[in-house]
Write a protein that binds this ligand. Structure first.
Ligand code: CAP
Ligand code: MG
Length: 473
């Protein structure tokens, strides 16, 4: 079943350690083998017809090889592809994207084309530095290395509209209430009503005052996202000169080259990089798509220090199993292969440091225990609405969120802690409490025989089955 005169199926092929492995979900108007051939051809060496210039050496050395197909129907299935190391440039992530995440989405015989995972060989990873600080570095700075409590933060709300002075006043209350981090929202940078520099300077001043008062180190993730890279670098320099520690980037929107450039500058300036992922879902949620976990791997590889990965219990998509998987990509060195989640697994090269997950979006103090059941304690729990919507205002909301994190550090359920902590009690009265046992039940379900059930569901329903697991479990 060749495509363009050549066949890329080689079921006997055993992928080498240096190969890039890619897992696709394909569905379309032709047998899945044919669809797979089209994708292999278009993403590696071929085209729609036989060509006189195709040397056997080229085909042998540089083509993609389809080494496994798990059919769901005649015309759909999961396709495993191996790309030789030499197929890709050194240190050029975009060239890899242009091949593996490129033209194939446009092939007209495809009705679904979803890239579930890309496994990166260690040899490739060795070209990158990874995060400068990561979990350890940020914890050391904030002073939570011993307590290992979750970090807590807020996004100043309303998302945009406050003046610099109003913004700094909200930040003051949030930090004073015990939060570690205050951040700009993804759509706040330099609007006329809140110019970046004016806001930054006021917040920096506020941070100094709060640190002096509380004796705690605080972070401000200032959004320097811009279409003009020089302007971003100017802002970064200003952050450094002010003695502040963190910048924030809308990483998906900026694109990898810009992220790499700013991460490099931040590393030199000894600043942490907070990465917001706004926009990722336009790829991740479609039938023609790219799984967030793939972007996540590249962002850890190129060195952001903390990254939004979803919550599993809040307002954004993604259930407990999926978000736990994303958390493991961020924190672990060995990520397990799980077919029913669309995961090929990963083994990070030892120098690519773990990064802090940011659990944000629809969070409030009553969801902290459930979020920790998904992420563990190496997480930044952020709440915008869930702090500023507290009946007692921002200060009380911040206290409530910090109390929930302190409870976790002390090994007490925040539900119990609330009996002796008023702000936490009021938050739970307002928004309720998510029982962590509901999350634990999902992980228990995943184990043992139940895992077989999940696999069976995916073999029957394909990507729809995987999506159901991503969302509901
Ligand atoms: C959260 C948030 C974040 C989302 C993005 C917002 O606010 O600031 O941008 O967390 O999602 O504007 O929605 P709330 P994700 O706490 O008020 O919900 O982290 O999943 O990328
Ligand atoms: Mg936001």
């Amino acid at each position: 079943m060749a495509y363009g005169g050549y066949s890329y199926i080689d079921k006997k092929y055993e992928p080498k350690d240096d190969d890039f492995i890619v897992l696709f979900w394909l569905d379309g108007h032709a047998p899945v083998e044919k669809l797979a051939e089209a994708v292999a051809s278009e993403s590696s060496v071929g085209t729609w017809t036989k060509i006189s210039t195709m040397k056997s050496k080229v085909f042998r050395l540089y083509r993609a090889r389809i080494f496994k197909i798990i059919k769901v129907t005649k015309d759909s299935g999961f396709v495993y592809m191996a790309y030789p190391y030499e197929h890709f440039d050194d240190k050029n992530v975009m060239q890899l994207f242009a091949g593996v995440l490129g033209n194939l989405f446009g092939l007209k015989e495809l009705e679904d084309c979803y890239v579930l995972d890309v496994k990166l060989p260690e040899r490739y990873q060795r070209q990158f530095k990874g995060p400068g600080a990561g979990i350890k570095g940020i914890r050391r700075y904030v002073g939570t290395t011993k307590s290992k409590r979750p970090h807590v933060g807020t996004i100043v709300k309303p998302k945009v509209g406050l003046t610099p002075k109003e913004f700094a006043d909200v930040a003051y209350k949030a930090w004073l209430g015990g939060l570690d981090l205050v951040k700009d929202d993804e759509n706040l940078v330099d609007q006329k009503f809140c110019p970046w520099k004016d806001r930054f300077d006021r917040v920096a001043n506020t941070l100094d005052r709060v640190e002096a008062k509380t004796g705690e180190k605080k972070l401000y993730a200032t959004n320097i996202t811009d279409s003009n890279i020089e302007r971003m670098i100017e802002r970064l320099e200003h952050v450094k000169d002010s003695g502040m520690k963190m910048v924030m980037l809308d990483v998906f929107i900026l694109g990898t080259p810009t992220v790499m450039k700013i991460v490099d500058e931040a590393r030199k300036a000894k600043l942490f990089v907070h990465a917001h992922r706004a926009g990722y879902a336009a790829h991740h949620r479609g039938n023609f798509g790219i799984n967030f976990g793939i972007y996540e791997k590249f962002w850890r590889l190129v060195g952001v220090d903390q990254l939004h990965i979803g919550t599993g219990v809040g307002k954004m998509e993604g259930g407990a199993l999926l978000i736990n998987h994303f958390h493991r990509i961020a924190e672990d060195y060995h990520i397990p292969e799980k077919f029913y989640l669309g995961s090929l697994g990963e083994t990070w090269w030892k120098k690519i440091k773990p990064i802090l997950s940011v659990a944000s979006g629809g969070m409030d103090p009553g969801k902290v225990e459930a979020a920790v059941a998904i992420h563990g304690k190496n997480v930044v729990i952020q709440a915008g609405g869930g702090v500023h919507g507290h009946p007692g205002g921002t200060l009380a909301g911040a206290r409530a969120l910090r109390q929930a994190a302190d409870a976790i550090a002390e090994g007490i359920s925040p539900a119990k802690y609330a009996k002796t902590h008023k702000e936490l009690r009021d938050a739970i009265k307002t928004w309720g409490y998510v029982d962590p046992d509901t999350v634990k039940a999902k992980f228990a379900f995943e184990k043992g025989m139940k895992r077989k059930m999940l696999e069976w569901m995916v073999l029957k329903k394909g990507l729809k089955g995987i999506r159901a697991i991503w969302e509901e479990l």
